[in-house]
Design a binder for this molecule. Sequence first.
Ligand code: GLN
Length: 600
Amino acid sequence: MKAKLARKISANKISKAVSTSAKNQIKKSPHKYIFVIGGVMSGVGKGIATSSIGTVLSAKGLRINLVKVDPYLNVDAGTMNPTEHGEVFVLNNGLETDQDMGNYERFLNRDASDYDYMTSGMVYKDVIEKERALHYGGKCVEAIPHIRDEIVHRFEHAAKQNKSDVSIVEIGGTIGDYQNVMFIEAARMLKMKRPADVVFIMVSYLPTPGKLGEMKSRPTQNAARQLASYGVNTDFIIARAETPLDLRRKEKIAISCNIPTEHVISAPDIESIYDVPVNFEKDRLAENLMKTLNLPERKTGPDFTEWKKMAKGIKNFEDHKLNIAIVGKYFNTGDFVLTDAYISVLEAIKFSGYANKVKPVIHTVNSRDFEVKNPDYSSLEQYDGIIVPGGFGESGIEGKLNVIRYAREKGIPYFGLCYGMQLMTIEYARNVVGLKGAQTAEIDPKAPHLIIDIMPDQKKKIAEGNYGGSMRLGLYPAKLLKDSIAQEAYSVFEGKSLEKATTSIKERHRHRYEVNPKYIKKLQDAGLVFSGTSPDGVLMEIAELPRGEAGKGDNKHPFFLGTQFHPEFLARPLMPHPLFTEFIKVAKQINKIKKAENSK
Ligand code: GLN
C-alpha cells in the first residue's frame, strides 16, 4: 500500500517533468480558447465532456485551465440548496462554486483558481459597482458592450492568472436559453478578435426513439443552426448517445453542420466517467483540436498511461465489494439528487476503494429512519463502513446521532465529514461524557451544553443577515498530533516514515460552527482525541478514538474519526485522499474478519 502510493506520487512527478520538458521544446503559441456549449438538451454530461477535453489536452503536455460559466444571478453557488443544484464545491481561496469545478480538479489533477468560475451575478455585480464608482465616465452602461466586455476580460484574466496554454470554457445551460446569451456573445467576440485561437465545441445528444431503434441526428443539426444564428459556428461536435456513432451518422452530421467528419466525436453512454477521456483519445480529439488551433503536434505523456490504468482499475474488484453507508437527509427526493449533493464524497470513496483494491458499493441511509421509536439498528450491520457527510440544520439530526452511537458501540468504521464530525463529538459528549442535552448552537442555542458553538465573528455576520460567502471557507492549515491515526494516514500517503511523519496539513473548509473550547478538556478526559487542530491550538480540526477493539469499555475503536474540514474536496483519482484511504483500509480489514467468522 505504502509503496504503491509513493510510486503514484513519483509517477506524478515524472509526468510533470515530462510535461515541462515537452513544453520547453515548443515555441510559445498564443493563448488558445475552447468554448464548450450544450445543444439539444441539458444533463447529457457537458461538465464531464469539458473535464475530459482538459484531461486529453493536458496529457499532451499543455497547461490547461478549465472555466465554468454559470448563467444564474447568484453571486456564487454558496446560497443554493444542494438538493436542487447539487454539491457546493469549495476552492482553495474559499469561493463556493458549482460541482462541475470538482470534476475539473479531479480530471486535471490540479487546483482551480477563483478566476476559473463565474456567474452572471458576479459579472453584473462588478459592472454595477464600477458604474457606482464612475468607472464608465458618464456613459450609459449597457449589457452590450459592458457586460459582454467584462466577461471577455474575465476569460483573458483567468488565462493570464493560470499561466495556461489553453482555456477550456464550459458555458452553462443549453443553446436557446435566454440566460447564457451574453456569454456566447462574449465568446463570439473573442473569436472575432483572434480567429485562429478560438474553437467551439457543441456537446449534443442523439436520441434513439424506442420504436424506431434508429439514432436521430436532426435535433443536433437544428441546434447547430440555432448556434449559427448567434454568429457562432461550431468547429467540433461531441455526440452523446446511448451507443457509439457509426461512420454514416458521423458523415451525415459533418455535412449538415459544416465540419470535417473527424470533428464529430462519438460519446456513447459508459459505465464510468473516467473512461470518457480514454474514448476521446481513441477518436483523436486532442490531436484534432491541436491541429485546428495550430498547436504543434506532441506525444501523449505518461500521465495518461496512469489515467488509463486508473480508469480501468476503478471498475475492477467486483469480487471484493465493500458496503459503505452514507447517512443523509437528502435521500427522500430520489437517487438522482443524492449523487449530486454528495458527489465529491462518492468519488473520494471510489478512488480510495481503487487504492485498496476493493469495490465500494454505496448505500444511502435516510437518517430519519433512525428517529422513530424503535429504529431497526440491525439494518446497519450489513455495512463495512458508515459516513455522515456535511450538512446544515436540524432535520434528521437525532437519527444521525443514533447511527453514530451504534457505529461507535459496535465497532463499525465511522468517518464524519464536517457536520459528521460535530455530531460525533456531540454523541460522545452525550453518551460517554454523560452531558445530557449536549447540542450544537446551530439547532438550539439555549441547550444546556453547547458542545458545538458559533465563533464570535460568525455570530456578528448572522446578526447582520450576511449569509453569502461568509462561512469559514477554503484552505486552512492544521497541525497533527504525534502518533495519531490521522498523522499516520497522511504520512503513509506522503511516503514518509513515522519518524519523519507529516506534522501539518492544509484542507478545505466550509462551516460556521466549531467544537466549543470550554468542553475540550472534558471530552479528552473521557478518551476523545483531537488529533488535528488549528496551528494556534484553538480550533479542533480532527477528532478520533484510539485504535483498538470496540465495546471493551476502554473507548477504543477500529476507526472512529471525523474532520471539521471536507477532505473530499481534495480527493483526486490519481491522488486518493489519505483519510478516505485509511477508512476504506480498515473497513476492508473488518469485512475480512466478518467473512472469516461467518464461514466458520
Ligand atoms: N452546519 C455545520 C456548520 O456550519 C456544518 C457545515 C458542513 O457540514 N459543511 O458548522
